[in-house]
Ligand binder design. Structure first.
Ligand SMILES: C[S@@+](CC[C@H](N)C(=O)[O-])C[C@H]1O[C@@H](n2cnc3c(N)ncnc32)[C@H](O)[C@@H]1O
Length: 203
Protein backbone atom coordinates (compact mmCIF):
# COMPACT_ATOMS: atom_id res chain seq x y z
CA UNK A 1 0.00 0.00 0.00
CA UNK A 2 2.95 2.31 0.76
CA UNK A 3 4.36 1.70 -2.71
CA UNK A 4 1.01 2.62 -4.24
CA UNK A 5 0.82 5.81 -2.14
CA UNK A 6 4.39 6.82 -2.98
CA UNK A 7 3.80 6.33 -6.70
CA UNK A 8 0.77 8.64 -6.40
CA UNK A 9 -0.98 7.15 -9.41
CA UNK A 10 2.05 7.40 -11.73
CA UNK A 11 2.74 4.48 -14.04
CA UNK A 12 6.03 2.63 -13.57
CA UNK A 13 7.68 -0.05 -15.71
CA UNK A 14 6.47 -3.49 -14.62
CA UNK A 15 9.18 -5.15 -12.54
CA UNK A 16 7.98 -8.71 -12.14
CA UNK A 17 10.94 -10.91 -13.07
CA UNK A 18 11.32 -12.09 -16.66
CA UNK A 19 9.88 -15.52 -17.36
CA UNK A 20 10.33 -17.82 -20.36
CA UNK A 21 6.85 -16.88 -21.56
CA UNK A 22 7.29 -13.14 -20.92
CA UNK A 23 10.98 -12.28 -21.29
CA UNK A 24 10.55 -8.48 -21.45
CA UNK A 25 8.21 -7.48 -18.59
CA UNK A 26 9.50 -3.88 -18.68
CA UNK A 27 7.44 -3.33 -21.84
CA UNK A 28 4.34 -3.44 -19.61
CA UNK A 29 3.38 -0.80 -17.02
CA UNK A 30 2.05 -0.89 -13.48
CA UNK A 31 0.83 1.40 -10.72
CA UNK A 32 2.35 -0.83 -8.04
CA UNK A 33 3.21 -4.47 -7.56
CA UNK A 34 -0.17 -5.41 -6.04
CA UNK A 35 -2.51 -3.79 -8.57
CA UNK A 36 -2.80 -5.73 -11.83
CA UNK A 37 -0.60 -4.53 -14.68
CA UNK A 38 -2.00 -1.43 -16.43
CA UNK A 39 -2.50 -3.37 -19.66
CA UNK A 40 -4.39 -6.07 -17.76
CA UNK A 41 -6.65 -3.39 -16.28
CA UNK A 42 -7.37 -2.19 -19.81
CA UNK A 43 -8.01 -5.78 -20.87
CA UNK A 44 -10.44 -6.33 -17.97
CA UNK A 45 -12.44 -3.27 -18.96
CA UNK A 46 -12.50 -4.42 -22.59
CA UNK A 47 -13.63 -7.90 -21.55
CA UNK A 48 -16.50 -6.32 -19.65
CA UNK A 49 -17.63 -4.22 -22.60
CA UNK A 50 -17.17 -7.22 -24.93
CA UNK A 51 -19.00 -9.83 -22.84
CA UNK A 52 -21.63 -7.61 -21.13
CA UNK A 53 -21.59 -9.59 -17.87
CA UNK A 54 -24.50 -9.11 -15.53
CA UNK A 55 -22.59 -10.41 -12.51
CA UNK A 56 -18.85 -10.07 -11.94
CA UNK A 57 -17.19 -11.49 -8.83
CA UNK A 58 -13.72 -10.32 -7.84
CA UNK A 59 -11.58 -11.71 -5.05
CA UNK A 60 -8.96 -9.37 -3.62
CA UNK A 61 -9.84 -5.74 -4.25
CA UNK A 62 -6.67 -4.21 -2.73
CA UNK A 63 -7.16 -0.45 -3.41
CA UNK A 64 -9.97 -1.07 -5.86
CA UNK A 65 -8.17 -0.32 -9.14
CA UNK A 66 -9.27 -3.47 -10.98
CA UNK A 67 -12.73 -3.12 -9.41
CA UNK A 68 -13.06 0.41 -10.74
CA UNK A 69 -11.76 -0.50 -14.22
CA UNK A 70 -14.30 -3.30 -14.53
CA UNK A 71 -17.02 -1.01 -13.15
CA UNK A 72 -16.13 1.51 -15.85
CA UNK A 73 -16.94 -1.24 -18.38
CA UNK A 74 -20.28 -1.86 -16.64
CA UNK A 75 -21.10 1.83 -16.78
CA UNK A 76 -20.42 1.83 -20.53
CA UNK A 77 -22.67 -1.24 -20.85
CA UNK A 78 -25.37 0.43 -18.77
CA UNK A 79 -25.99 -2.73 -16.72
CA UNK A 80 -24.43 -5.30 -14.41
CA UNK A 81 -22.76 -5.26 -11.02
CA UNK A 82 -19.49 -6.29 -9.50
CA UNK A 83 -19.24 -7.95 -6.11
CA UNK A 84 -15.71 -7.67 -4.76
CA UNK A 85 -14.08 -8.46 -1.44
CA UNK A 86 -11.08 -7.36 0.55
CA UNK A 87 -10.47 -9.03 3.88
CA UNK A 88 -7.93 -6.58 5.34
CA UNK A 89 -10.02 -3.90 7.11
CA UNK A 90 -7.44 -1.11 6.63
CA UNK A 91 -7.07 -1.83 2.92
CA UNK A 92 -10.83 -2.23 2.61
CA UNK A 93 -11.38 1.27 4.06
CA UNK A 94 -8.92 2.76 1.53
CA UNK A 95 -10.59 0.88 -1.31
CA UNK A 96 -13.97 2.26 -0.25
CA UNK A 97 -12.55 5.80 -0.41
CA UNK A 98 -11.13 5.20 -3.89
CA UNK A 99 -14.38 3.72 -5.12
CA UNK A 100 -16.39 6.62 -3.68
CA UNK A 101 -14.05 9.07 -5.43
CA UNK A 102 -14.33 7.20 -8.74
CA UNK A 103 -18.00 8.02 -9.26
CA UNK A 104 -18.61 4.32 -10.01
CA UNK A 105 -19.85 3.18 -6.61
CA UNK A 106 -23.35 2.39 -7.89
CA UNK A 107 -21.92 -0.50 -9.92
CA UNK A 108 -19.84 -1.94 -7.08
CA UNK A 109 -20.72 -4.02 -4.01
CA UNK A 110 -17.44 -4.07 -2.05
CA UNK A 111 -17.37 -6.25 1.04
CA UNK A 112 -14.94 -6.53 3.93
CA UNK A 113 -15.00 -10.31 3.72
CA UNK A 114 -12.95 -13.33 2.85
CA UNK A 115 -13.36 -14.75 -0.63
CA UNK A 116 -13.70 -18.16 0.97
CA UNK A 117 -16.73 -17.08 2.98
CA UNK A 118 -18.56 -14.35 1.12
CA UNK A 119 -21.94 -15.32 -0.24
CA UNK A 120 -22.93 -14.20 -3.72
CA UNK A 121 -26.34 -14.89 -5.21
CA UNK A 122 -26.83 -15.60 -8.90
CA UNK A 123 -25.02 -16.89 -11.93
CA UNK A 124 -21.48 -15.50 -12.29
CA UNK A 125 -20.54 -14.29 -15.76
CA UNK A 126 -16.99 -13.19 -14.94
CA UNK A 127 -14.83 -14.29 -12.01
CA UNK A 128 -11.58 -12.42 -11.41
CA UNK A 129 -9.52 -14.32 -8.85
CA UNK A 130 -6.81 -11.99 -7.51
CA UNK A 131 -6.37 -12.57 -3.77
CA UNK A 132 -3.59 -14.61 -2.13
CA UNK A 133 -1.78 -16.99 -4.47
CA UNK A 134 -2.23 -19.93 -2.16
CA UNK A 135 -6.04 -19.82 -2.12
CA UNK A 136 -6.85 -19.17 -5.78
CA UNK A 137 -7.60 -22.83 -6.41
CA UNK A 138 -10.01 -22.94 -3.47
CA UNK A 139 -11.72 -19.80 -4.72
CA UNK A 140 -12.24 -21.16 -8.21
CA UNK A 141 -13.49 -24.49 -6.88
CA UNK A 142 -15.83 -22.63 -4.54
CA UNK A 143 -17.41 -20.45 -7.21
CA UNK A 144 -17.31 -23.00 -10.06
CA UNK A 145 -20.82 -24.38 -9.47
CA UNK A 146 -22.16 -20.82 -9.74
CA UNK A 147 -20.37 -20.04 -13.00
CA UNK A 148 -22.43 -19.38 -16.08
CA UNK A 149 -21.21 -22.13 -18.48
CA UNK A 150 -20.50 -19.38 -21.05
CA UNK A 151 -18.77 -17.25 -18.42
CA UNK A 152 -15.06 -16.66 -17.96
CA UNK A 153 -12.82 -17.39 -15.01
CA UNK A 154 -9.70 -15.23 -14.82
CA UNK A 155 -6.87 -16.23 -12.50
CA UNK A 156 -4.29 -13.47 -12.18
CA UNK A 157 -0.61 -14.18 -11.34
CA UNK A 158 -0.57 -17.36 -13.42
CA UNK A 159 2.99 -16.83 -14.70
CA UNK A 160 5.55 -19.61 -14.45
CA UNK A 161 7.18 -17.74 -11.55
CA UNK A 162 6.30 -18.54 -8.86
CA UNK A 163 3.91 -20.90 -10.64
CA UNK A 164 1.44 -21.56 -7.83
CA UNK A 165 -1.59 -20.20 -9.67
CA UNK A 166 -0.49 -21.62 -13.02
CA UNK A 167 -0.18 -25.09 -11.49
CA UNK A 168 -3.57 -24.72 -9.82
CA UNK A 169 -5.21 -23.80 -13.14
CA UNK A 170 -3.53 -26.66 -14.99
CA UNK A 171 -4.41 -29.10 -12.21
CA UNK A 172 -8.10 -28.19 -12.46
CA UNK A 173 -7.83 -28.54 -16.24
CA UNK A 174 -6.27 -32.01 -15.86
CA UNK A 175 -9.18 -32.97 -13.60
CA UNK A 176 -11.57 -32.04 -16.40
CA UNK A 177 -13.03 -29.04 -14.55
CA UNK A 178 -11.71 -26.22 -16.75
CA UNK A 179 -10.42 -25.38 -20.20
CA UNK A 180 -7.46 -23.05 -19.70
CA UNK A 181 -5.57 -20.55 -21.85
CA UNK A 182 -2.44 -18.98 -20.37
CA UNK A 183 -1.74 -15.40 -21.45
CA UNK A 184 2.00 -14.60 -21.44
CA UNK A 185 1.79 -11.31 -19.51
CA UNK A 186 4.38 -10.35 -16.85
CA UNK A 187 2.45 -11.79 -13.91
CA UNK A 188 0.42 -14.13 -16.06
CA UNK A 189 -3.31 -14.40 -16.61
CA UNK A 190 -5.14 -17.71 -16.91
CA UNK A 191 -8.44 -17.46 -18.76
CA UNK A 192 -10.69 -20.44 -18.23
CA UNK A 193 -14.16 -21.70 -18.85
CA UNK A 194 -15.78 -24.52 -16.95
CA UNK A 195 -16.13 -27.77 -18.81
CA UNK A 196 -19.54 -29.37 -18.86
CA UNK A 197 -19.72 -32.52 -16.75
CA UNK A 198 -20.37 -33.93 -13.36
CA UNK A 199 -17.06 -33.00 -11.80
CA UNK A 200 -17.67 -29.26 -11.94
CA UNK A 201 -20.95 -29.41 -10.03
CA UNK A 202 -19.51 -30.64 -6.76
CA UNK A 203 -18.12 -27.32 -5.54
C1 LIG B 1 -3.00 -8.67 -5.61
S1 LIG B 1 -4.01 -7.75 -4.53
C2 LIG B 1 -5.43 -7.40 -5.49
C3 LIG B 1 -5.20 -6.36 -6.57
C4 LIG B 1 -6.45 -5.84 -7.23
N1 LIG B 1 -7.28 -6.93 -7.74
C5 LIG B 1 -6.11 -4.93 -8.38
O1 LIG B 1 -5.64 -5.44 -9.41
O2 LIG B 1 -6.28 -3.71 -8.26
C6 LIG B 1 -4.60 -8.99 -3.43
C7 LIG B 1 -5.52 -8.49 -2.31
O3 LIG B 1 -6.27 -9.60 -1.85
C8 LIG B 1 -6.48 -9.47 -0.46
N2 LIG B 1 -6.83 -10.82 0.02
C9 LIG B 1 -5.99 -11.86 0.25
N3 LIG B 1 -6.69 -12.96 0.61
C10 LIG B 1 -7.99 -12.60 0.58
C11 LIG B 1 -9.21 -13.30 0.82
N4 LIG B 1 -9.22 -14.59 1.17
N5 LIG B 1 -10.37 -12.64 0.70
C12 LIG B 1 -10.40 -11.33 0.35
N6 LIG B 1 -9.27 -10.62 0.11
C13 LIG B 1 -8.09 -11.24 0.22
C14 LIG B 1 -5.18 -8.88 0.06
O4 LIG B 1 -5.37 -8.24 1.30
C15 LIG B 1 -4.80 -7.93 -1.09
O5 LIG B 1 -5.26 -6.62 -0.83
Amino acid sequence: MLQAERAGGALLPEYHRATPECPEPGRWRMYDSMTAEFEVLEFLRTLVTTLKPKLIVETGAFLGASTVWMAEGLRRNGEGRIVSCEFDPVVYAKAREKIAASGLAEWIDLRNASSLEMQVQGSIDLLFSDSDLEIREQEVRRFLPQMNPQGLILMHDASSHPGTVRQAALKMESEGLLSVVLLPTPRGLAIAQKKPGEGNCLG
